[in-house]
Design a protein around this ligand. Structure first.
Ligand code: FES
Length: 141
């Protein structure tokens, strides 16, 4: 009986793994360069040590996309600020720490997030704001 249960558990696990396999597509926009789109299978590439596992920062750095991260992804600065253009529903909900820190970001919008704190769950397009633009023109303009 036990062998049958183990076998059926293994089959169920394989089916579950097959059903869960998906590819996420993340598009990074930047005002002064071409957009960069990366595609990956969540959990397969060795993402780590860049904010929350699977966060926008984590993905960006694993694919060589430059996203500033002065505090190392610890929700203690705002240099990883991004503005979500599409697919906002494909990010984990903002927690209190992110919300508190985000208020300090230059150029804050209703669609702003901290790249190190929001984990990607599906396709998404984000803009990496030009920090120098905020310095030149002031925040909120
Ligand atoms: S890297 Fe500092 S808050 Fe995200």
């Amino acid at each position: 009986m036990e062998a049958v249960e183990t076998s059926s558990n293994a089959i169920a696990e394989q089916e579950r793994a097959g059903a869960e396999t998906k590819i996420c597509k993340v598009k990074f926009l930047r005002s002064n360069s071409e957009p960069v789109t990366v595609e990956y299978e969540p959990g397969v590439t060795p993402y780590h040590e860049h904010g929350k596992e699977g966060s926008l920062l984590d993905i960006a750095l694993n694919f060589g996309v430059n996203l500033e991260h002065s505090c190392g992804g610890n929700c203690a600065c705002t240099t990883c600020h991004v503005i979500v253009k599409q697919g906002e529903e494909n990010l984990t909900e903002m927690d209190e720490d992110e919300e508190d820190r985000l208020y300090m970001a230059d150029g804050l919008t209703l669609h702003s997030r901290l790249g190190c704190q929001c984990v990607v769950t599906g396709d998404i397009t984000v803009e990496i704001p030009d920090v120098l633009d905020f310095i030149r023109h002031g925040s909120g303009s």
